[in-house]
Design a protein around this ligand. Structure first.
Ligand code: NDP
Length: 288
């Protein structure tokens, strides 16, 4: 492959990305705040730059893998004249709002900006299991796509720079609630001496069987009618009340379940007790 790539940030993820790009034949220049971290990379054939402007000058595509939004802006802003006309791919985890903010800043400085989200851990970089989402400047994606494709499965999610991180956060939200749910089950079963590992196995089998049902729930939401005759808000409320009571009977907190109960009660009070339970999405959607 041809192209000079600059990688800003050589933590666990930046190092994996720099190594993969180098190993696939790209000319790589690296910069890291703590300069000692560049040593394994220069030993392996990368060039190290002493400053961010020098690093920016060396690359046609500049990939940032820093800690957070603040560190990205701290180092990109003073280097703006050196980034003009180049492609910047920001793989640092940010919120959608932060991504859009940096996209606006980049546009004002003549920088073609892509905001990325990495659905992988460093050891997965370079394998098809790594999924990387990108949004923002379409031309920037067209230019960077061959290099980005060697990092893992690359997906362009649209020209709104916030969408890649939004999807990242949405998937993480689903994971967060799922794993908390698993811990609720573990806490309940531990009260009768069942080891966490046993309950984790049971939860995995149960959720694997139930997960395809999510598509039916999605179809109700997309249909927008909430009258398909499936499980209702009130039906769901009764079931949840039993789960909460069972937890408390065993001396387990229902703190994670109570917000769900509250949202269903609000729906019922608003006259939606007979609607399909996915109507709860109305209570999750705050008018802006
Ligand atoms: P590390 O903690 O391993 O590395 C952090 C990097 O950021 C280091 O290069 C560090 O430099 C640099 N840094 C921190 N603060 C500043 C600052 N103020 N100015 C300049 N550089 C700074 O983190 P990761 O490499 O794991 O993560 C990097 C990004 O990748 C994060 O946004 C993370 O959310 C994201 N990511 C990571 C994943 C993972 O599994 N690791 C998965 C998906 C996304 P120094 O060496 O000088 O401290």
């Amino acid at each position: 492959p041809t192209g000079n790539l600059t990688i800003l940030g050589l933590g666990a993820m930046g190092s994996a990305i720099a190594a993969r790009l180098r190993d696939t034949g790209y000319t790589t220049t690296v910069w890291n705040r703590t300069a000692a971290r560049t040593l394994p990379h220069t030993a392996a054939g990368s060039r190290a730059a002493a400053t961010v402007p020098d690093a920016a000058d060396a690359g046609d595509i500049v990939i940032t893998v820093l800690l957070d939004h603040a560190s990205v802006r701290e180092h990109l802003e003073p280097a703006a004249p050196h980034l003009r006309g180049k492609v910047v791919v920001n793989l640092t985890t940010t919120t959608p709002g932060e991504a859009r903010d940096t996209a606006a800043w980049a546009a004002a400085h003549g920088i073609a900006y892509l905001d990325g989200a990495i659905m992988a851990v460093p050891s997965m970089i370079g394998t098809p299991e790594a999924r990387l989402l990108y949004s923002g400047d379409e031309n920037a994606y067209a230019i960077a796509e061959p290099a980005l494709a060697v990092l893992g499965a690359a997906e362009f999610t649209g020209t709104d720079a916030g969408v890649a991180s939004l999807k990242d956060m949405a998937l993480l939200a689903a994971m967060d609630l799922m794993l908390l749910g698993q811990l609720q089950a573990v806490a309940m079963m531990r009260t009768v001496g069942v080891p966490a590992a046993d309950t984790a196995g049971e939860v995995e089998a149960w959720l694997t069987a139930m997960l395809p049902h999510g598509k039916a729930v999605a179809a109700i939401v997309d249909g927008g009618a909430y009258d398909t005759g499936g499980q209702s808000v009130d039906f769901d409320r009764r079931g949840l009340a039993s789960i909460i009571t069972a937890s408390r009977e065993q001396g387990v907190s229902a703190a994670l379940l109570e917000p769900h109960e509250r949202l269903l009660a609000e729906l019922s009070a608003a006259g939606h007790g007979g609607d399909d339970w996915p109507r709860i999405i109305d209570r999750l959607t705050i008018p802006r």
